[in-house]
Every structure is written in structure tokens, then in C-alpha cells.
Ligand binder design. Structure first.
Ligand code: ZN
Length: 499
């Protein structure tokens, strides 16, 4: 009879295999699946989700965990402690949720997401409202099952995505950040607006594709252990030796394709950088959504929107994009890539206003989950906050509170991980700059391997060994703050806007 620890890990490896199979089917659904396969695909995914939930909540897991926690030999080994702690967390969380509630949420999500798509197409909040009310109610029930010791409902949900995160700590981070970003936005409006004509040059998709592939390969994304395909909304899925990135192309905005691909490439490097030895155990898994997003944002913004990167990248762009580059140069394209323009749509937002979009959602979803704001008031409150934070008038709900899919899928407590990702990214980039003797020199030479290997060592290789907050302190020597992010934006944009 193998020891409890070995049984626990072998059992969890099957959970991992089921999860990675679901991910692959999900990737196929967004890329190559014929439309007629939709119904059977939904059944396939539902079956895999049920099998996965059954395995995680298997009563034998509780017995193995108890045996491991009482075994002095297991608890003397840091790797085993980390794996047992991770699996304890997963098991406790899953067993707190009644199977009937899990099934009801899954079924409602699927319908609510379709209703949301219809409502958004018609810009009709009234149509989505009953579904959102149902979803808020279900998420409140879920939070009541999960929360412990006076924890708020929102905090219980947010902890699913970012272990240890809570609204009070976020408020301390976000309140001053919001003020500084609002005043930065106002200050830039008096500066020298970059010429953004390069963003409107029409370029053949095949050329764009060759260009972004050259960049993401130079970043070190390993095509022997991953693929790049196309989808309507770019994403990254898979892990270890099979990481799938997707990207998209607009005829007249090659920088959108480049930014999206570098972003997903950053996610992909994290997955490819996880420990192969620990694949299928918590030590071989990403620690949180915020840390995942830090890896994508670091490559997209701290590398891809830097002046040094464009000194390396411009000849590569000229080689692949040809005549489209005439009349532009590395400096002008760097400025165009850093245009700041408040906009209504979060996914199209620039680096300096993006987090203001997140903060609107942070305020509103807490009020919804706490039951302090009726769903019916959402459009009015949404529009008021867009006026206050971004200085914009929202013309309709399609470009307002109906723009994101998240709430229809039951993702409450998720949005702040985007801003956490931006803050972690800036703090990691500053730490890398210090440790490696200056990032710009490396980027100018196209030496991305030094940064990538540093990230692998400092961040990727640890998997779930440390909580995100502890990982941040270990990598950067300080707790998470918005200082590095604000310094990064102030320095770069003052130069771009000649302020
Ligand atoms: Zn991302």
C-alpha cells in the first residue's frame, strides 16, 4: 500500500489530467471546432467538470490529507508541505459547496452568458437584468458557503482568484492610485499628443502574423511545447509542454496584434516556466490570477511599450511589414504605442486609464454582492462612475455596464486581479532592472533570455509554494504597492508627452 502522500499526489494528477483535457476542448471550441459540435461539446465539458469535482471532493482525499498532516516525515519536507497545503485548500473549498449549488450555478452561467450576449447586441439592460439578479443571488449563496470567521461575501469570492486578497487591503492600494491616475489623465491632456497615424496603416494579415510570431519567438515562447492560433478574443490556456496561445488581427492596427500576442505570450512563458518535475501538483501550478496577469503585463507593457524594445523591434517590423513602415521610425512608433486616450471599453483601454475601468467594477460588484445596491441601479451607478473616473459620458449600456462577459459567468471578485497584475508587473520589472543591471540595455540588444530566465527563477519555478503577497516580498524585497507602477507611468509618459 503506497503511503498517503503518494496516493494523494497520484489522485491529484488525475484531477490535473481532467482539467487539462477540459482546457484543450475549450481551446478547440474557440479556434477550430465546427459550429455544429456546440451541443456535444457542452456535454463533454460538463462531464469532465463533474468528474473533476467528484475527485477533488472524494472522501479519501480528506483521509490522505489528515494522514499527511500527522506524518512528521512528510511535514519535514518543504516541497511536500507546500503540496499538502495547496491540496488542503482545494479540497476544503470544494467540499464547502453543495453539489446541487455547483450544478445550478453551472447551468445558470451557460444560459446567462447567452442572454448577456443577446442583451449586449441589443444594448438592452432590461433583458439581462433578471439573469444578473439570479446570478448575484447564486454568488451570494456560494459566498455564504465559502466564507469563514466574519469574512465578507465579496472577500470569500475574491479569495478564489487571489489567495489572501480582501477588499479592505485593495481599498488601501486603490484609493490613492485612483486619484493619481485621474490627475495623470488630466495632466496628459495638456501635453504633446503622440502622432498615432501608424495605428491606422493597413497591413496584410499574413505579414502581421509573421511579425508577431517573430517577436513572441524572440521572447522565448517555445513552439515545440506550444502553439499560436487565432480566435475572436485572444487567450492562453494549457500548461507545461502544451501551451496554446491565440491572437487576432485587425487590418489597420498591427500594434493591437503585437500587444495581444506579447500579452498572451507572457502568460504562455509563465506556464512553460512552471516546474516540469512538479507538473500535476500544486508546486507545478500558477499561484494566482494576479501573478499570472503580472507576467502578461510585464511583457506587453514594460517590454513591448518601452523605447529600448522599439530600438530592437523596428528593424524586425520593417523586415516583416515592409512598405507600411515608410515614414515612421522606432521613436515615433514607441510614442504611438503609448497614446493615452480615455475610452469607454475596458479591453481597448491604454496603460494609464485601464485601471480606472477596473476600479468602477470593483466598487459596483462589492455593492451588488453585499446586497447594498439593487441590480436595477447598475446602469445609473456605472455611468456616474465613468463620468467621475474617466471623464466620459456613457451613451448606451452596450458600451456601458453590458460590455464585459464576467458577471454573466459568475465571476465576482475577479476584476481587481487585472489591476493587481499591473502593480505586480511594475514591481517585478523594477526588481529585474536592479538585479540585471538595467533592463533597457538588454532589450535594446534583443536579449530577452536574461529577463525570461530571471522571471522563471524568481516567479515561475515556485508554482504555488508561496502566497502571492509572500512571493512579491521575496522577489522585490517589499510588499505590493502602487509606487513602482506610478513611477513607471509618470517617467515614461512625461517623456512621450514632453511634459
Ligand atoms: Zn491576461
Amino acid at each position: 500500500m503506497p503511503a498517503a502522500y503518494d496516493q494523494l499526489l497520484a489522485h491529484h494528477r488525475e484531477v490535473f489530467l481532467l482539467g487539462s483535457t477540459s482546457a484543450l476542448l475549450g481551446w478547440d471550441q474557440e479556434t477550430y471546432m465546427p459550429a455544429g459540435a456546440g451541443d456535444v461539446r457542452a456535454d463533454q465539458l460538463a462531464l469532465l467538470a463533474r468528474l473533476q469535482h467528484e475527485r477533488v471532493t472524494d472522501p479519501r482525499v480528506a483521509e490522505w490529507l489528515a494522514a499527511c498532516e500527522g506524518d512528521a516525515q512528510v511535514m519535514a519536507d518543504p516541497d511536500r508541505i507546500a503540496n499538502v497545503r495547496g491540496l488542503r485548500r482545494d479540497h476544503d473549498r470544494a467540499t464547502r459547496l453543495p453539489a446541487a449549488l455547483v450544478a445550478e450555478i453551472a447551468a445558470t452561467e451557460s444560459r446567462a452568458q447567452q442572454e448577456w450576449a443577446q442583451a449586449r447586441a441589443r444594448s438592452s439592460f432590461a433583458r439581462f437584468r433578471p439573469w444578473l439578479e439570479r446570478m448575484v443571488d447564486l454568488q451570494q449563496q456560494k459566498a455564504d458557503c465559502l466564507r469563514r470567521d466574519g469574512q465578507s461575501r465579496w472577500d470569500a469570492l475574491a479569495d478564489l482568484y487571489e489567495p489572501g486578497m480582501n477588499a479592505a487591503d485593495l481599498e488601501v492600494l486603490f484609493a490613492p492610485l485612483r486619484q493619481r491616475l485621474v490627475s495623470l489623465r488630466e495632466r496628459l491632456s495638456g501635453g504633446d499628443r503622440p502622432d498615432d497615424s501608424f495605428l491606422r496603416v493597413e497591413i496584410d494579415e499574413a505579414r502581421q502574423e509573421a511579425f508577431v510570431r517573430a517577436v513572441v519567438t524572440a521572447m522565448g515562447f517555445d513552439l515545440q511545447r506550444g502553439r499560436i492560433d487565432r480566435s475572436a478574443h485572444p487567450f492562453c490556456t494549457g500548461t507545461g509542454g502544451d501551451v496554446r496561445l491565440t491572437t487576432r488581427f485587425h487590418k489597420d492596427n498591427v500594434l493591437d496584434a503585437l500587444g495581444s500576442t506579447m500579452h498572451e505570450g507572457g502568460h504562455g512563458l509563465y506556464e512553460q516556466g512552471l516546474s516540469e518535475q512538479h507538473l500535476g501538483s500544486p508546486l507545478g501550478e500558477a499561484v494566482s490570477l494576479g501573478i499570472h496577469e503580472s507576467q502578461s503585463r510585464l511583457w506587453e507593457n514594460h517590454v513591448g511599450r518601452s523605447a529600448a524594445f522599439w530600438q530592437w523591434c523596428w528593424p524586425v517590423a520593417q523586415q516583416h511589414l515592409g512598405v507600411a513602415c515608410a515614414g515612421h521610425d522606432a521613436a515615433s512608433v514607441h510614442r504611438a504605442a503609448n497614446l493615452v486616450q480615455p475610452s469607454l471599453i475596458r479591453v481597448e483601454a491604454d496603460e494609464a486609464t485601464y485601471d480606472l475601468h477596473v476600479m468602477v467594477r470593483f466598487v459596483l460588484e462589492r455593492a451588488l454582492i453585499a446586497g447594498e445596491m439593487p441590480v436595477a441601479e447598475l446602469p445609473t451607478q456605472w455611468n456616474a462612475l465613468y463620468g467621475e473616473y474617466l471623464g466620459l459620458q456613457v451613451p448606451d449600456d452596450r458600451r456601458g455596464c453590458l460590455q464585459d462577459v464576467h458577471w454573466s459567468c459568475g465571476l465576482f471578485g475577479y476584476f481587481p486581479t487585472y489591476t493587481l497584475g499591473n502593480l505586480y508587473a511594475a514591481q517585478f520589472a523594477a526588481a529585474a532592472d536592479r538585479a540585471l543591471g538595467g533592463l533597457p540595455d538588454l532589450l535594446r540588444r534583443g536579449d530577452f533570455a536574461t529577463l525570461r530566465e530571471w522571471l522563471r527563477r524568481e516567479v515561475h519555478a515556485h508554482g504555488r509554494r508561496y502566497d502571492p503577497g509572500e512571493l512579491c516580498r521575496r522577489v522585490t524585497g517589499a510588499p505590493l504597492s502602487s509606487d513602482a507602477f506610478l513611477t513607471h507611468l509618470d517617467t515614461k509618459l512625461s517623456e512621450v508627452y514632453a511634459l
